[in-house]
Design a protein around this ligand. Sequence first.
Ligand code: CTP
Length: 428
Amino acid sequence: MIKVITYGTYDLLHYGHIRLLERAKALGDYLIVGVTADDFDKTRGKINVQQTLMERIEAVRATGIADEIIVEEYEGQKIDDIIKYNVDIFTVGSDWKGKFDYLNEYCKVVYLDRTEGISSTEIRAKNRKLRIGTIGNEGLCEKFRKEIAFVNGVEYSEFSGDMSNVDALYIASLPENHYNDVKNAILHKKHVICESPIATKKEQCEELIKLAEDNNIILIDGIKTAYSTAYKRLIMLAKSGSIGEIVSIDSVCTSKRINPGDNLDNEQNSICAWGPTAMLPIFQLAGVNLENIEITTKLIDSNKNFDGFTRISFRFLDSVASIKIAKAAKSEGELIITGTKGYIYVPAPWWKTDYFEIRYENQNENKKYFYQLDGEGIRYEIVAFARAVEHKKKNYYISDDISIAIAGVIGKFNNKEYIRLGKGDINE
Ligand code: CTP
C-alpha cells in the first residue's frame, strides 16, 4: 500500500484545495492530511485564518477524500509523521516548490501544480472587512492600530465622532469615561473592545454587558495578556491539576512612570492601569466568590484618589491571592501560582509572557514551556474579537463574571475602601 501525506491550513475550503487533495490521493492508496493548528499557523504568519481548527478539520473530512486527518502542531513534525506513519510520498502544491526537498531523505517528494486563480487569502479579502476605530490614549491606540495591520478581515478606520465610519471601536479612554463611551458605542450598534476595566463600578459593568447582549453586540474586555498562547496554556495547566490544588496566586505588575509633581490629569491611576491584568489569573483560577479583600494603598494625590502603589490581599474559600501594582514604584513583575504538588513560575514581565516553568520539590521533574508571542497579545486579541463578531458569539477568553469582579474591586478602591499608608488625610 502506498501512503501519501500532505499538509495545509484549509481555511475556507475551496476548489483549489479539493483538486489538490484528489490528486494527492491519486498518487497512492492511502491519504493522510495534516491540518495546521491555530498556534502553528500564527508562527507561520497566518494569523488571518478565519475558521477554527475544528471547522477546518470538519471541512476536509467532509470532502471524503482523506483516509486519515492529523493535526500539525510544531515545526519539524513532518519528519516525525513520515517516519511514524510509514509514508511513501509527501506532496504539496507548487507554491512550495523546493521548500520540502529536504524530506527526500525520508520519502519521495512531489509538488503538484497549484490551481490558478483561487486562494484562501483572496476569499478572505473579498469578505467585507470589519472597520475598527479607536478612542482615547494615543499611545495605546497607536499600538492597537499597528496590530490591526497584521490581522486579516479587519481594517483601521479613523473615528472622529461619526459612528457611520466604523463597525467597531477600540476604547482606551480614561477608565472613568469607559461607561459612557462603551454605552454610546453599543447604542449605536458598534462592537467594542474596551481596555479593562470596562467600567469603574460593578453595577455599571453588569449593565453594559447586559446592554451589549440585548443589542446583539460583542463587548470584550481588553486585557491583552488573556489572549496570549503562553498565558492560556499556563492557566489550563494550573486548572488541570499539574501543580496539585492551588493554594495561592501572587502577581506583581509595576512600572515606574510617575514622579512627584507630574501632571496626573490624563493619567490612569495604578489600580486601573495594572489592577485588571494583575487580578486576571486570580479570578480565573480561584473563581470570583471572595470571602474577604483588603486593600492597602499609598496615594500620590488624595484629591484625585490617585495611587502610586497598591497591594491587595484576597481570600477565597480554598485559597488566597495577592497583587502588588504600581506606577510610582518598582518591583519584580512575576507571577507565582502555588500548589500542593509544585508551583508555576512566570518571570517578569509575566504579562508579556512567552515562557514559564512548572517547578517541583524534585528539580528533575521541572518543566519549561516556550511559546511565540507576537504583538504583546494585542494581535491575538484582535483575531479573537474579529472571530467573535463574525460568528456573532462572544468567546470566553475573559468571562463576564471576571470583568464584573474586576470592576467590583476597582469600585471598592474608588469608594476609598482601603487602608492608606503614610501620614496625611486618611479616607477623607
Ligand atoms: N493549493 C492549491 N491550489 C490553490 C490553493 C492551494 O493546490 N489554488 C494547495 C496548496 O499548495 C497546499 C494546499 O492546497 O498544498 C493547502 O493550501 P493552503 O495554504 O491551506 O491554502 P491557500 O489557499 O494557499 O491559503 P493562503 O491563501 O492562506 O496561502
